[in-house]
Structure formats: structure tokens, C-alpha cells
Design a protein. Structure first.
Length: 215
């Protein structure tokens, strides 16, 4: 599904990187539809469950949304959601996630917005975060003909210093990302800090606000 210009996702779902697969969002939608059918098969049933009145039109739109796009923004998590695992395990999960992203990109089964969350860039974890990003992106572009999903995002957790943001920008550049923008809440937008394309200039402010649950 191609995101509409200026559209922002209303939620971000996180999944441990070891659990990610190309059809994951669709599988969650199918599970949600089954749960809805079992527990609240019509507008009246859902109204009772929520203690809020819904009509059949809204119920039909809910079902259609779960079939079409159950997850708007998905983050493949190599931090808290991944847990404490060996370097070898994380290498494998990064390569596997990249391969699954390529499959989803080819099939059109990925959410409109998605990306990964790497480990915090502190101490020895910084090298691990960089290796994970490199392995995932390499695995993806080798199978996708150099393509990245639209609105591909890297979430950096627990930022403590400006230098960590600079390091992430460098990692983005090494991974071959065409342009990079960092969100600045004071400007209510994202500032382009690196660019290898003509349609986005360094210093340009893009109108964008992240979903509330990613702040």
C-alpha cells in the first residue's frame, strides 16, 4: 500500500526482530478478525463489549480496515523486544529480517510505514547497533534490487548525547540511505541532515510529526 502524501500513521507496533516475517501484519489482521468474529460478531456485540454505541457502518469499516491495513507502522525491534541474545543470534535475526522485508516488498504485504529499532549507541552496544543496521539493509537490498520500503525508519532509543545522533546519521549514510532527516519538535518537523538526491536539500524542513507512542 502506497502512503498518501502528508499521511501520518496513528500507531506504531513493535515486534521482536526474531519474530518478524513478511506476512506478520496480515497475520495479526487475520487474528484480530477471528477474535472479533468470536467475541463481537456484529455492531451490537462490539458496542456491548466497549460500552459504547457503534452502528453497522462503523463496524463494517473496522472489518475492512483489519483486512486492508491492520498495522499502519511496524518497528522491527532489536532492543527491548529482542532481549539479551548472542551476537551470532542477532546477526542471524538481522539477515533474516532483511530477507523477509525483501519478500514483503515484492509481494506488497508490508505496512505503509515500517523500520527497525537498533540498540542504544552507548559503549559496546554502539558497534552492535551499527552491525545490525548494516546486515539488515545489506540483506534487504541484495534481494530487492537496491530498493528500500517507503518511509523506512530507524528508531534510536535512549539518546543521551548529540554525538549519538551524529553517529546514527553516519550509519545511515554507510547503509546507502538516499537522504536522512532528524525530527525536531521545536520546529514541528524533520530537518534534512544528509542527502544524496536532488529532491531533498540539507537544511530543508519537512512537515512531519511522529506518532505519539514513538516520542
Amino acid at each position: 500500500m502506497t502512503p498518501l502524501p502528508g499521511r501520518r500513521p496513528i500507531h506504531t507496533a513493535y515486534v521482536g526482530a526474531h519474530l518478524f516475517r513478511a506476512r506478520l501484519a496480515a497475520e495479526w489482521g487475520e487474528l484480530a478478525l477471528k477474535t472479533l468474529a468470536d467475541c463481537a460478531p456484529d455492531a451490537a456485540g462490539l458496542s456491548a463489549a466497549l460500552d459504547h454505541q457503534l452502528d453497522e457502518r462503523v463496524f463494517a469499516r473496522l472489518q475492512a480496515k483489519l483486512r486492508r491495513e491492520p498495522v499502519e507502522d511496524l518497528r522491527i525491534d532489536f532492543e527491548d523486544g529482542f532481549g539479551n541474545r548472542s551476537g551470532q543470534e542477532e546477526d542471524g535475526a538481522a539477515r533474516s529480517a532483511g530477507a523477509e522485508l525483501a519478500v514483503g516488498l515484492a509481494r506488497g504485504s508490508l505496512p505503509s510505514f515500517l523500520g527497525i529499532r537498533v540498540k542504544a549507541l552507548e559503549g559496546a552496544r554502539a558497534a552492535r547497533a551499527g552491525r545490525t543496521l548494516e546486515l539488515l539493509v545489506t540483506s534487504l537490498v541484495e534481494r530487492s534490487g537496491g530498493k528500500l520500503p517507503a518511509h523506512f525508519t530507524v528508531t534510536l532509543p535512549k539518546v543521551a548525547t548529540p554525538e549519538q545522533v551524529t553517529a546514527l546519521v553516519r550509519l545511515y549514510g554507510e547503509a546507502g540511505t538516499p537522504w536522512i532527516a532528524c525530527y525536531q519538535p521545536q520546529l514541528a518537523g524533520a530537518v534534512v541532515v544528509a542527502s544524496h538526491v536532488t529532491n531533498h536539500a540539507i537544511g530543508e524542513i519537512l512537515s512531519w510529526t511522529p506518532p505519539r507512542d514513538t516520542l
